[in-house]
Design a protein around this ligand. Structure first.
Ligand SMILES: [Zn+2]
Length: 315
């Protein structure tokens, strides 16, 4: 080959290589839609996974978290939890799996309706599964776990990680209640007890997503885990933990992408401003991560907007 043909060949090879990369990236992006609270819809184009899908966003109590512009009826903790099926139907059409971090209402209250509607397999604690049985979800759909399991499904696998609930109530929170039997349903808001807490390492075709439903974690349970996307619990209660950001980033091996979760005011319906949460919680978190891990990108999510991550990241 003479030198000009050689150069042409090299150029063509480079173009073909780039095209193959971009084609691959375009056919396999991962898409994460923030449903608010700790809720996500994640898909790699093949498998659709919901994480703690809480869409009803009850107008709970009468405190400062409520807006006078929200004309919905107030919900008390002693009221029966009634899902907003109209909003759920407008948002959720398909799900293969639902991963539930714990059984509090802001994680589980809409799962009975969504599991029934989609037929999705649900992975959660014994308490989560017993509540769902109470709502008529069949055992074939339920995968009761404790943490430590690593389950392979078709084109999707999930490692279940034991964790701790957020240290609510200025670190005075503890609740060891569980449902070892099927409770009578429908449940009141307050009857959605924690029932133990989990994290998940959800492995999609090209990405590993580590999910959190609380502002807490057990360091040793995360040893050796290298997610490329971390849905990091960011709210207020983590401020009472020892070096939360620093320890979380180090033990998860400084993920390329971090998206804060469970930071919004979930008493407000979709469409209401969440600016205060962004300014008070997410901007300081983003700044801190920038200092601790300059290579990590913190993406601030907006309700119901889809974040698409195209590049293929080798785990
Ligand atoms: Zn909770």
């Amino acid at each position: 080959m003479n030198s000009s043909r050689h150069k042409l060949f090299a150029l063509l090879s480079a173009i073909i290589f780039c095209l193959s990369l971009s084609t691959h990236a375009q056919t396999n992006p991962i898409k994460l839609k923030y449903l608010g609270t700790a809720g996500w819809e994640i898909t790699d184009g093949d498998i659709t996974v919901l994480i703690d899908p809480y869409i009803s966003r009850f107008k709970l109590g009468t405190g400062p978290g409520i807006s006078p512009d929200d004309k919905r009826a107030t919900v008390k903790r002693s009221d029966i939890a009634v899902s907003d099926t109209i909003t759920i139907d407008s948002l959720i059409t398909k799900a293969d799996f639902i991963l539930v971090h714990h059984s509090h209402f802001d994680h589980l209250a809409d799962v009975p309706y969504i599991a029934k509607k989609t037929g999705a397999k649900v992975v959660g604690t014994e308490t989560t599964c017993n509540i769902l049985r109470g709502y008529g979800i069949p055992n074939e759909q339920l995968y009761p776990v404790k943490g430590g399991e690593d389950y392979q499904f078709d084109n999707f696998s999930v490692k279940v990680i034991p964790t701790l609930h957020s240290a609510l109530n200025q670190k005075h929170y503890i609740d060891n209640r569980v449902y070892t039997e099927v409770p009578e349903t429908p449940l009141k808001v307050s009857e959605f007890i924690e029932g133990g807490s989990l994290m998940f390492l959800a492995r999609f075709s090209n990405h590993q997503v580590l999910t959190m439903g609380s502002m807490n974690f057990i360091e040793r349970e995360l040893l050796g885990i290298k997610p490329d996307i971390l849905l990091a619990g960011v709210n207020r209660s983590q401020l009472g933990l020892y070096k939360y950001n620093e320890r979380l980033l180090a033990i998860t091996n400084y993920p390329k992408v971090i998206i804060p979760t469970h930071w919004d005011n979930f008493r407000l319906p979709y469409g209401f401003s969440q600016k205060k949460g962004v300014e008070d919680k997410l901007i300081p978190f983003q700044k801190d991560v920038k200092k601790l891990a300059p290579q990590t990108k913190v993406i601030i999510p907006t309700h119901l907007e889809t974040i698409t991550i195209n590049e293929r990241i080798k785990p």
